[in-house]
Design a protein around this ligand. Structure first.
Ligand code: ANZ
Ligand code: ZN
Length: 831
């Protein structure tokens, strides 16, 4: 039989159509079968898929196809994270409304993904910029509001004074406006916050329970972001005022060494402290400057420590010393109490600060070897030690002293132990057009009034254009703005802020369970059946925010009764980047390889195979043309092998039963076939190690090439070849589904490879053949043994001694020595 030239384009598009026509990958809402939900992070519709997309969706597709063959009812959906800033930037640049840009991109990208042959359930496609989707987000907002889980607060935004507009963080470059280069300012505005901090402890606890399924480094990143810190709050009396300053400290053991006080520039007490003092002007100026710095800069280790003295003092409650009160740029208002008792001998930031402003330093913790002296220190001593110069606490190990000092102050009513989290409440409002509207209105008489549930969705007009200066057109569109107050019926204006796009990505994976249900966010039985996601796959860049917000959302929705789930993602795989010449592929580097071109040239199967073969999924992958060509050559090799064997083999299943009268060569190939099937399953179960799995198939194909001419000659040999070829196609089909299906069909097999069960190898087939071992007694050949090829030395020795002719020659003599060379010979020395 002639197969003709391997034409990936023709084969791939034909089978893709066939699969779509059959609804092959459409998942039922529920079933009696065990389910497996595999999900890759959904893409932002930027217009073109890039190699990073191809990599993550290929990995997910192999998982989905493998699990389907293992008998699971698989859910593998796709959708679009469709709101966001790039659409608005494109709108300004090209003069098209963000909506049309987005929808056109979705259509393009959908076609590109379809061309890759992914086993996606396109009937469940979710597009977050559609009111059918975001109306439920608006409903959750109302429920959160009712529960007090969402609130409004004044908070700084990036403000461009020239454009008169709020800038997203991505629009601030080096502290300057991306459009006009003006110096960006901080400006306070009313913003909406979700109380994720209410869930800090639970979010932290569950990280332990997620355990095995999540990469350790992601768990660590989440733990650090939540940043739980056990410490104490201690209060210092301000000299000459009826005020106290409360600090948060993790080191109450160093209280005797606290020599001054540092406040955040936003600390509410500052105004009172400097009122009427000569220091006021300098302090005001400094505070204004610091308030304009962003949080990241303020917490950087290498920040140049700066401060200003307020002129006021407070009193150290244990030493009675006067501590000058300073304002310092590295103290944040949002953490602890916004005030720090400075211990320059034992805290590096305080050390640097004291060095710069000549503030006193006092050693209160000595290392075991002693010898620490305040004047001689080059840096703070932050290690454990024993308390010195600390009154009644001197001599205590510092860990013990933490509790003792706090208890001592607690007895006086000026201290207590506390827990602090680095995690901040989540600001969910954005001053942008292309996002889901926040469903509240402002009425002159009633103030802020939530839009009633029955009036949802508040639909975002899709025909608007982002204003040339970047401002949201919602702020000037009367038809959107003007409404009536749901409470009093009077005139009201709509909220023009929209949701942070992280809101949409915090629950889309739940919507996939029942994406079209119109009277509720979820169909409960479907949701209960499919959740949680069994395997989530995505980039490490989402290790913190997206995953944390999604985890929080599930817990918050659970507490509203929408789901019984505690966590969204049972297991997480973070795939590596796609590099070219050692650098991440990016437009700015000009090293982009376009997947569309690759597929046109080599086909989807070759592109997929290269991606899977070039590196384990969690490692970075270096794109190189020779590797792609190699992958293509391997598929060509399988194509020609099948073509050659088509006439001599018969349709078969993988790992078919052994034919009778199988000879040694047949047994060898059959063993290799079963070993390969076993190895691939093991590699996939062990963290989806596709690259080693593919190597194993390559070896099997080599063996097939070597054995085929001999095996062709016998009936049993042909049966072995048929089964081995069926195994190659079956186990490779999750990775290169089109070519495997095409060959499968051409060989006369019925049905679809992707509907076959994952082959089960036969333990017996793995057993090695028997080999002959010669037995010598004192150098003379006395017998021949047939033993299993993998028999151990002991077993061979026993068999040798039970051979009658050998027994005869050793009888009555003393055995001096036995040498066993497995697979070859046994030498017995007797005297
Ligand atoms: C006195 C002290 C002595 C401190 C010492 C440390 C070492 P973590 O572990 O990250 O929670 N701190 C408290 N509030 C702060 C704020 N708003 N901005 C900047 N720094 C702040 O850090 C807690 C420590 O960070 C606290 O313990 C406090 O300094 C400082 F030898 O208090 B410590
Ligand atoms: Zn009203």
């Amino acid at each position: 039989m002639r197969f003709g030239k391997y034409d990936p384009e023709e084969i791939e598009t034909r089978w893709q159509k066939d699969w779509a026509d059959r609804d092959l990958f459409v998942a039922p809402d529920c079933a009696d079968k065990p389910k497996y939900y595999v999900l890759e992070m959904f893409p932002y519709p930027s217009g073109k898929i890039h190699m990073g997309h191809v990599r993550v969706y290929t990995i997910g597709d192999v998982v989905a196809r493998y699990m389907r063959m293992k008998g699971f009812n698989v859910l593998h959906p796709m959708g679009w994270d469709a709101f966001g800033l790039p659409a608005e930037n494109a709108a300004i640049k090209h003069g098209i409304p963000p909506a049309s840009w987005t929808y056109a991109n979705i259509a393009d990208m959908r076609a590109q993904l379809m061309r890759m042959g992914y086993s996606l359930d396109w009937k469940r496609e979710v597009t977050t910029c559609r009111p059918e989707y975001y109306r439920w987000e608006q409903l959750f907002f109302l429920k959160f509001l009712e529960k007090g889980l969402i609130y409004r607060k004044n908070s700084p935004v990036n403000w461009c004074p020239d454009c008169h507009t709020v800038l997203a963080n991505e629009q601030v470059e080096d502290g300057k406006c991306w459009r006009c280069d003006a110096e960006v300012q901080n400006r306070d505005m009313e913003q909406w916050f979700l109380r994720i901090t209410d869930y800090a402890e639970e979010l932290l606890d569950w990280l332990d329970k997620l355990g095995e399924g999540w990469p350790e480094r992601v768990l660590t990143m989440q733990r650090n972001w939540i940043g739980k810190s056990l410490g104490s709050e201690l209060t210092f009396q301000v000299e000459g005022m009826d005020e106290g300053v409360t600090v948060f400290t993790t080191r109450p053991d160093t209280l005797y060494g606290a020599t001054f006080m540092s406040l955040a520039a936003e600390h509410p007490l500052i105004e009172k402290l400097v009122a009427g003092r000569p220091e006021k002007a300098a302090v005001d100026e400094f505070c204004a400057k610091v308030r304009n710095m962003d949080r990241i800069k303020r917490t950087a280790d290498d920040l140049e420590k700066e401060g200003v003295f307020t002129g006021a003092y407070c009193i150290n409650p244990v030493t009675g010393a006067r501590m000058p009160i300073w304002v310092a740029n590295f103290v944040l208002m949002g953490y602890g109490t916004g005030a720090v008792m400075a211990v320059p001998a034992h805290d590096q930031r305080d050390f640097e600060f004291s060095a710069k402003y000549n503030l006193p330093r006092k050693v209160v913790i000595q290392p075991a070897e002693g010898g620490l002296a305040a004047d001689l220190m080059a840096q703070a001593y932050t290690e454990p030690g024993v308390l010195v110069d600390s009154g009644e606490f001197s001599g205590l190990p510092n860990e013990e002293a933490k509790k003792a000092v706090t208890d001592h102050l607690a007895a006086k009513g000026i201290g207590k132990t506390t827990v602090n989290y680095r995690l901040r409440d989540w600001n969910v409002s954005r001053q942008r057009y292309w996002g889901a509207p926040i469903p509240v209105v402002y009425c002159e008489s009633c103030g802020m009034v939530p839009v009633p549930e029955k009036d949802l969705p508040v639909v975002l007009p899709e025909d608007l254009q982002t204003l040339p200066d970047g401002r949201s057109p919602l702020t000037v569109t009367e038809s959107f703005l003007q409404t009536t107050c749901p409470k009093c019926g009077g005139a009201a204006r709509r909220e023009t802020d929209t949701f942070d796009t992280f809101m949409e990505s915090s629950w889309y994976f739940m919507r996939y369970a029942s994406p079209t249900v119109a009277d509720a966010p979820f169909d409960r039985p479907a949701l209960d059946y499919w959740m949680p996601v069994d395997q989530y796959i995505g980039g490490i860049e989402h290790a913190i925010l997206h995953l944390l917000y999604a985890r929080f959302f599930v817990k918050a929705l659970r507490d509203l009764g929408y789901t019984a789930e505690n966590e969204p993602f049972k297991a997480l795989l973070t795939q590596g980047m796609v590099l070219k010449d050692g650098a991440k592929m990016s437009k700015s580097k000009g090293n982009i390889v376009d997947p569309g071109e690759m597929v046109a040239r080599h086909g989807a199967d070759t592109t997929r195979l290269f991606m899977l073969f070039a590196a384990p999924p969690e490692k970075d992958l270096d794109w190189h043309e020779t590797g792609v060509e190699g992958a293509g050559r391997f598929l060509g090799r399988i194509w020609r092998l099948a073509e050659e064997l088509a006439d001599v083999t018969a349709p078969s299943v993988a790992c078919a039963p052994a034919p009778s009268a199988i000879d040694a060569a047949g047994k060898d190939l059959r063993r290799k076939e079963h070993e390969t099937v076993r190895k691939i399953a093991a590699d996939l179960e062990r963290g989806f190690q596709f690259n080693t799995a593919i190597s194993a198939v390559m070896e099997l194909v080599n063996d097939l090439y070597q054995a085929k001419d001999a095996l062709k000659e016998t009936e049993s040999g042909r049966a072995v070849l048929s089964s081995a070829l069926a195994s190659v196609l079956t186990v490779l089909s999750p990775m290169t589904p089109h070519i495997c299906q095409e060959i499968w069909t051409r060989l006369g097999n019925q049905g679809l490879v992707s509907e076959l069960p994952w082959p089960a190898y036969d333990e017996k087939a793995l057993v090695r053949d028997e080999v002959e071992v010669v037995v010598q007694v004192n150098g003379k050949l006395r017998g021949r043994l047939t033993v299993p090829a993998d028999a151990g030395k002991e077993e061979i020795e026993k068999l040798a001694f039970s051979e009658p002719n050998v027994t005869r020659h050793v009888e009555g003599k003393t055995v001096k020595k036995v040498v066993v060379i497995p697979g070859k010979l046994v030498n017995i020395v007797v005297a």
